[in-house]
Write a protein that binds this ligand. Structure first.
Ligand code: AHR
Length: 501
């Protein structure tokens, strides 16, 4: 099979906002406790943060991290997590049927993000709480001093403001599982009111309104239109969330699921622009895809833990073991985000450590990389600059849901400053390699610097603490540019990065 692509630096989708390589850490399962934070661990620093995990997060390249939830935030009192640790209350976390010790809160997380070379993206509780708690948290984090909450922060040992730029107005407020779930009208009004008060405290912040929890929600579409109708002036982004599972799907149909992500993004863009036109405004709402990943291996076990275990600190929830094929779907999802770089300005892989995560830890033991770690790391490292609209002509296969699915899923990025082009490509074929022929047009003089591949003889192969390098990327030789034409071979079921300069 042969696929053809055409690349031109003038065919631009848009500038890539580095925040599309964001992550998410929720007080859920072992993400925080025994994930990023484990005092007594051989690598723990003076604050109890695991250095081995920080090393992996820095290597992954995550410029922004959403915190502290997720469903957790809809029952969270942020005040519980600041001030002297020995006075912080232990609470019932109703979202995940867990005990919350509050050893880690906003200030500790601010320190952690600095150590991770990242920034905080904070969510406020619009479930059990509202405008008052939200504006107080902005004052606590961002006001320099001389007011009640900013002086509290200074008293707590943080003289300088955290300057948190991006704030989420609640989490999945359309979901019946959410504490304090709401109708679109109830939420739209609250988002506008809380957002207005938060921006009065600090006008420089950016706000994310909750979109639908997934495209399959019965209120999808109507929810976005109503919320934006009510809150358009106060918000800057609308959120999207998606987790793909495999169910009874075979590998080709499973890998086709990223086409649903393209559809979801395009539908939300249309709704944003519909409200914009109706209101006759210039301001555009952008997209924050602030939860995306694959999640299905652990669902049964999660249910069992949630229903049967006693209340405990950090139960092992959502500890997915990702396979090679999961990494390929995650790669296709990253490609989908890049293909919509003009409108998707923030995205967070959900989550970062232990919970549906690229990084896993053993309490007291090592930290290791899942299969999905690699496509993310490659995209974050090499997918900078401008996303290019690539002309793709690929053979296709039939699929019951998406009719015709291209074997080749691909996007290119152009980093003008470093004069580098990266092609990210997944070969969805189980049986055959895909020969890639590229017309490089104006990229005269460019050659193949490196061709990286993630593949494995077994599509269900995983990594583990015992075998952390079972699935990992390698370099492929033989890819070349001849007379302005790229020639490369993509192995069956593979993630590829072809770097040209
Ligand atoms: O990321 C795990 C959970 O998935 C989040 O708490 C929630 O927002 C989503 O349903």
């Amino acid at each position: 099979k042969t696929a053809r692509i055409v690349l031109d630096r003038d065919f631009k989708i848009g500038d890539i906002d580095p925040r599309i390589y964001g992550g998410f850490l929720e007080h859920m399962g072992r993400a925080i406790y025994t994930g990023i934070y484990e005092p007594g661990h051989p690598t723990a620093d003076e604050q109890g943060f695991r250095q081995d995990v920080l090393d992996l997060v820095r290597e992954l390249g995550v410029p922004i991290v959403r915190y502290p939830g997720g469903n957790f935030v809809s029952g969270y009192n942020w005040e519980d997590g600041v001030g002297p640790k020995d006075q912080r209350p232990r609470r019932l976390d109703l979202a995940w049927r867990s005990l919350e010790t509050n050893e880690v809160g906003t200030n500790e997380f601010a320190d952690w993000t600095l150590k991770a070379n990242s920034q905080m993206m904070l969510a406020v509780n619009l479930g059990t709480r509202g405008i008052d708690a939200a504006r107080n948290l902005v004052e606590y984090c961002n006001h320099p001093g001389g007011s009640y909450w900013s002086d509290k922060r200074r008293e707590h040992g943080y003289p300088d403001p955290h300057n948190v730029r991006v704030w989420c107005l609640g989490n999945e407020m359309d979901g019946h599982w959410q504490i304090g779930f709401k109708t679109a009208v109830e939420y739209g009004r609250l988002a506008a009111q809380a957002g207005m008060a938060m921006k009065l405290v600090d006008p420089s912040i950016e706000l994310v309104a909750c979109g639908s929890s997934s495209i399959s929600m019965p209120t999808f579409g109507e929810w976005e239109a109503t919320v934006l109708d009510l809150a358009y002036h106060h918000v800057d982004y609308i959120s999207l969330h998606t987790y793909y599972g495999k169910g009874d799907l075979d590998t080709p149909s499973y890998l086709a699921r990223s086409l649903g992500m393209d559809e979801f993004i395009e539908a939300v863009v249309s709704i944003c622009d519909y409200v914009r036109s109706k209101k006759k405004l210039r301001k555009r709402i952008h997209l924050s895809f602030d939860e995306w990943n694959v999640w299905y291996h652990s669902r049964e076990e999660d249910r069992r833990i949630m229903e049967q275990h006693a209340w405990q600190v950090a139960p092992p929830l959502a500890e997915e073991r990702y396979t090679l094929e999961d990494a390929l779907l995650a790669g296709c999802m990253l490609i989908s985000l890049l293909k919509h770089a003009d409108r998707v300005k923030i995205a967070c892989v959900a989550q970062l450590v232990n919970v549906i995560a690229p990084i896993m830890t053993v309490p007291g033991g090592p930290a290791w990389k899942q299969t999905i770690y690699y496509p993310f790391m490659h995209a974050s490292r090499y997918g900078r600059g401008t996303a290019l609209l690539m002309q793709v002509d690929s053979p296709q296969y039939a699929d019951p849901q998406y009719d015709a699915v291209p074997y080749l899923e691909a996007v290119a990025t152009y980093d003008e400053e470093h004069e580098e082009v990266s092609i990210f490509a997944v070969n969805r074929s189980q049986e055959d390699p895909l020969y890639l022929e590229g017309d490089l047009r104006c990229f005269t003089g460019y050659g193949v610097q490196e061709h990286l591949v993630l593949s494995h003889a077994d599509p269900h192969a995983t990594n583990s603490a015992e075998q952390p390098h079972n699935v990992r990327p390698g370099r492929v030789e033989g890819s070349q540019v001849r007379e302005g034409r790229l020639e490369a071979e993509l192995p069956p079921l593979s993630w590829n990065v072809i770097r040209l300069s």
